[in-house]
Design a protein around this ligand. Structure first.
Ligand code: ACM
Length: 389
């Protein structure tokens, strides 16, 4: 039996240590906040959700090993976790072989489907395509790519190059930075950036490397207000770490920003900071972990079982009023209809939304229709509101 006992177990697999802890510790808290809310409301069918926590230390192989351990030793049948695609690729064969349901609350490069995964982050048609369109319209057509050295940046850049070319853009430089890179490496890259003089950087570095890159960019005399670093992975946590002076002008495309001024978004931020402290940053990946955990609990409530096949059946097509707005799991591909927003960092270090879609964008993980002029992706100019708290 998989669903006897006093609690419903949920494996929570995020790194609290290592280079991606800056992002994943916030995702872990997103899941834990949802669990706390669900349990405070009486749990699911009278039983509490119980998080089973493991810290893979940002080492991709350890995600696979710990997923296996949680399944065999802790009897976990549902997991949420992973940030880096290299980590997800380690977990994938484990959850498929053991038939475990795996929620992945992170943007990624697309071109993947597993019946065991519910994808809650953006794929390229929901972030790269609108970002490319915005950059071509507002900054120019010469781009320099800087990424961390693993599958997501390399594959994401391949996709971005195709999209930019479709709009008349050109990639004038492309480099990959190892996680252990030091100041000399960044200085060398930034000398090349100065030489090539792009109109914008497309950045796919992650975690601590992002912090180092933005600091080095500023220290080398580059100004985000003139030539921005545009990213899908730089969120509130990285900008808070580097500070407003370094972050100003830089751009991120994501489904949610902490400045989003709606009742659901404000409530989420307030609850998160009440739970984890007023100085903690809330990010789009934390928001995805939060709404995915709530969607899991809603499905569990309906089917009354942790059986992955029954849960999946219930989740496909399900909607949820998330902090970003309504989201829905696409029964065609297990990915999620998400909102698409583009924000620029202002002088206070806040992300101010410049463009957003009117309604959630259907995920197209295989980029069957990679069209820069897709009317459904048309972004409307946002009316920026300054954050009051
Ligand atoms: C990522 O590696 N999917 C950010």
């Amino acid at each position: 039996m998989i669903d006897t006992g006093d609690t419903w177990k949920l494996g929570v697999l995020f790194s609290e240590t290592g280079p991606t802890a800056i992002i994943e510790s916030l995702q872990q808290r997103g899941a834990l906040l949802a669990i706390k809310e669900i349990n405070a409301a009486g749990g699911v069918a009278g039983r509490a959700l119980e998080p089973v926590l493991c810290d893979p230390g940002s080492d991709p192989q350890r995600y696979g090993l710990l997923a296996e351990k949680m399944i065999s030793e802790d009897c976990v049948r549902v997991l949420i976790g992973c940030y880096m695609s290299s980590a997800r690729k380690e977990v994938l064969p484990v959850v498929e072989r053991r038939n475990v349901l795996f929620f992945y609350p992170t943007l990624y490069e697309g071109f993947e489907y597993s019946p065991n995964v519910i994808y809650g982050g953006a794929c390229p048609n929901q972030n790269s395509v609108p970002l490319a369109s915005y950059l071509l319209e507002n900054y120019g057509n010469r781009f320099y790519f800087i990424g961390s050295d693993y599958i997501y940046p390399r594959e994401s850049n391949r996709v971005m190059r195709n999209i930019l070319r479709q709009g008349g853009g050109e990639v004038v430089g492309e480099v990959y930075v190892p996680f252990e890179a030091g100041p000399e490496e960044f200085a060398r890259i930034l000398r090349d950036v100065a030489e090539k003089a792009p109109d914008a950087i497309f950045c796919t570095t992650v975690g601590e490397t992002t912090v180092q890159l933005y600091r080095a960019y500023h220290a080398a005399g580059h100004d985000g207000r003139r030539v921005p670093i545009a990213s899908l992975t730089t969120n509130e946590a990285e900008i808070a770490t580097v500070g407003a002076q370094v972050g100003v002008g830089h751009i991120t495309a994501a489904p949610w920003f902490n400045t989003l001024d709606t009742p659901a978004s404000r409530r989420f931020c307030a609850n998160y900071q009440r739970e984890f402290g007023p100085d903690i940053q809330v990010t789009s990946c934390a928001e995805a972990a939060y709404f995915q955990t709530h969607m899991f609990a809603a499905a569990l409530d309906k089917v009354g079982s942790l059986d992955p096949d029954q849960l999946r059946e219930c989740l496909l097509g399900a909607s949820w009023d998330a902090p970003q707005g309504q989201v829905k799991i696409d029964p065609d591909n297990n990915h999620t209809y998400l909102h698409s927003r583009i924000a620029r960092v202002d002088e206070r270090g806040d992300f101010i939304v410049q463009r957003e879609v009117i309604r959630p964008v259907k995920p197209d993980p295989y980029l069957v229709t990679p069209d820069l002029n897709d009317r459904r992706l048309r972004l409307r100019k946002a009316m920026p509101k300054a954050r009051t708290s």
